[in-house]
Design a protein around this ligand. Structure first.
Ligand code: HEM
Length: 186
């Protein structure tokens, strides 16, 4: 059996750990800041043939985030990173235990940063005709996610990301809930 080509996602495979996490999240009276540790496990999910025309390869992942210093679990997420080589399209589909799901997308056309890391950017927006966000009735009413954007940088022995989730919550519009981390192979 020949090895599948995961394109720009190839460097993600395996397990990662990082303790440089920084979170800014919403509180009724302002912003909560958390330092965090994170583990991510990526597993090849193989290839997919959609409607006999779209050829995809996918990596499944699960990540867990714990606050420093008390070890409290503050975030959990599972989903797929998906590569469509013909369209040069990266898709990131995931869900979190608040009953929010995101399908974000972005083109990858060989972008790298000054250090030679692969740079992947994806985004989704509430009501966007292409890249969408789905959430429970409670979240739609009380803490609606209106946009999500993420930048990954992947290099030999390192994985970095920063992401912004916009949330309407506590009577405020577009609270900028941000997260970033830097991880190494486990
Ligand atoms: C490393 C990533 C993330 C971390 C560490 C994190 C952590 C947190 C924390 C600490 C809160 C404050 C409320 C609480 O204490 O439960 C929060 C709120 C929230 N997060 Fe995240 N989050 C992350 C990613 C995301 C993502 C990707 C989404 C959605 C796409 C999201 C959606 C929300 C929403 C809607 C709230 C408001 C709910 C509330 O505060 O009651 N978060 N997050």
């Amino acid at each position: 059996m020949s090895e599948l080509d995961y394109g720009p996602l190839s460097g993600l495979r395996g397990s990662w750990k990082g303790d440089k996490g920084l979170d800014e999240s919403p509180e009724p009276d302002g912003t909560e800041e958390n330092a965090y540790t994170e583990t991510i496990h990526f597993t090849p999910a193989g290839d997919v043939d959609n409607a006999e025309t779209q050829e995809l390869v996918a990596l499944h992942y699960h990540l867990a985030v714990h606050r420093i210093p008390d070890g409290k679990a503050i975030h959990n997420q599972t989903g797929y990173w998906i590569w469509d080589a013909e369209s040069q399209l990266v898709m990131h589909s995931f869900t979190i235990p608040r009953a929010v799901a995101v399908i974000a997308g972005g083109f990858y056309r060989g972008e790298t940063d000054a250090d030679g890391n692969v740079v992947i950017e994806v985004a989704a927006e509430l009501g966007d005709p292409e890249w969408q966000i789905i959430q429970s009735p409670f979240m739609q009413k009380n803490a609606v996610t209106t946009a999500f954007s993420q930048r990954l940088t992947i290099g030999p022995g390192r994985l970095g990301y920063n992401q912004t989730t916009l949330v309407d919550i506590y009577g405020r519009k577009s609270f900028s809930h941000t997260d970033q981390n830097e991880l190494q192979p486990l």
